[in-house]
Design a protein around this ligand. Structure first.
Ligand code: PHB
Length: 421
């Protein structure tokens, strides 16, 4: 059953206007009828007249409500945009997407995955944020269902089931690179602030490893509660310690609150450099952050300002369909659908886990974020990581890429495969 609220949530009042020179002027526009289908939530969701064997059902377990709701909305919007652009039929199979809301509660993941497999008879699953992806893993393994991890950024998640394949990212991919960059650019004393759940701990771990290996000093490590975060006391503590640099990780949906509290404390005027993985300059929030994040440097795998024709089209179509700027979570859903479509083309429509996994391993393609592939050894994503600076373009802040690290693997898996003795 599709929650009707999903369709409603996709209809947000536009919060920003796309910057003209960042969106392609000669790119074809998403036809109005597609945008309308999308807004009504009927893309790929309608009752099919096709017979059961001509349908491939995909169950997405996503945080559509609760503290991580922005993440679910973005990943589902990315997935549905792919269907809107490419049609709802591939390799003779009609794709039917069923979204289940885990309400940002990890334990729900297990029950919902079970329901999707047993009652809805889905052939494929999509997993969302880390805690839910962790809780679903034993069910996925037992039922043998190929599952695309579309949001989680925690390294260990893909090791929890042999049927997990990731199209999102890992925090380690970005955090080591920004630590090295900071050392090379004069940072010596850092305070680390991170959201208190698995990806935050991982971002901090990889950052601290690289920063201290480079001769830097970590003055303190501060964990902010994931739910209803109040960054103010942590920012005050960080300021009192007088670091030259602040490393921050928070999940999508919290950058707006963070940037407001950062500016209220006057931290944007202290000269303390703010750095982090891409999450702190989330494109979904950037249009509302005024000047508070200008100059902030991050290492991220996706920026809506990425200068490729494919991305310009993506950002333009996403804006039309949702009223939001496309962000790093949305591409995980979009690329997840690409992986599923290309897999079904390769397997002639077969979606059983062994056949699907064999087709997925090693697949490579151009994403709106740049070139990506699925590591055949780890089933994790290999992607470019870009150093970006927040700059104002046409009156709005954008994370503008200025340096590229190509084909970056998850460093924690590489470390495990080749332990440093
Ligand atoms: C995760 O669930 O691992 C996650 C969610 C949102 C983020 C980063 C990581 O921004």
């Amino acid at each position: 059953m599709i929650p009707t609220s999903v369709a409603t949530r996709l209809r947000h009042a536009p919060r920003s206007t796309p910057a003209p020179q960042l969106s392609s002027t000669n790119a074809p526009h998403l036809p109005h009828f597609l945008a309308s289908c999308f807004a009504l939530g009927i893309v790929g969701l309608g009752a099919s007249s096709a017979s059961a064997q001509d349908v491939v059902k995909l169950g997405l377990v996503m945080p559509m409500t609760g503290p991580l709701a922005a993440n679910g909305r973005e990943a589902v919007a990315g997935a549905k945009l792919y269907v809107a652009q490419h049609g709802d039929t591939v390799a003779g199979k009609k794709i039917e997407i069923i979204v289940k809301d885990d309400a940002s509660v990890p334990d729900n993941g297990k029950r919902l995955a079970q329901e999707l497999i047993v009652n809805d008879k889905v052939s494929l699953l999509g997993a969302g944020f880390t805690p839910t992806a962790m809780s679903m893993a034993p069910i996925v393994t037992e039922a043998k269902v190929a599952t695309v991890v579309m949001i989680s950024g925690t390294s260990v998640v893909t090791e929890r089931s042999p049927y997990y394949v990731r199209t999102s990212f890992t925090l380690g991919q970005q955090s080591g690179i920004i630590a090295d960059w900071a050392i090379q650019n004069g940072s010596k004393k850092v305070v680390s602030i991170f959201s208190d759940f698995a990806p935050g701990a991982e971002a901090d771990k990889v950052f601290e490893q690289h920063f201290t290996n480079g001769g830097g000093q970590v003055l303190d490590t501060l964990r902010v509660p994931l739910t209803n975060p109040d960054f103010a006391p942590f920012l005050q503590r960080a300021r009192d310690l007088q670091p030259d640099t602040l490393f921050v990780f928070l999940p999508a949906g919290q950058a707006g609150t963070f940037s407001r509290q950062f500016a209220e404390r006057g931290l944007d005027k202290t000269g303390i450099k703010l750095i982090g993985p891409g999450d702190i300059v989330d494109d979904d929030d950037l249009p509302t952050t005024g000047d508070s994040l200008l100059g902030v440097i991050t290492a991220g795998f996706y920026s809506a300002a990425h200068p490729s024709a494919l991305n310009k089209q993506y950002v333009s179509d996403y804006q039309k369909a949702t009223g939001h700027r496309a962000n790093f979570i949305s591409v995980g859903g979009y690329d997840g659908m690409h992986l599923i479509y290309e897999t079904l083309k390769k397997t002639g429509g077969k979606a059983d886990a062994d056949t699907a996994l064999a087709a997925m391993k090693g697949m490579s393609w151009e994403s709106p974020r740049g070139p990506i592939s699925i590591d055949p050894r780890t089933r994790d994503i290999i992607q470019n990581v870009y150093i970006r600076k927040v700059e104002k373009v046409n009156g709005e802040p954008w994370a503008v890429e200025f340096k590229t690290f190509e084909a970056v693997k998850d460093p924690l898996k590489e470390e495990n495969a080749n332990p440093i003795r």
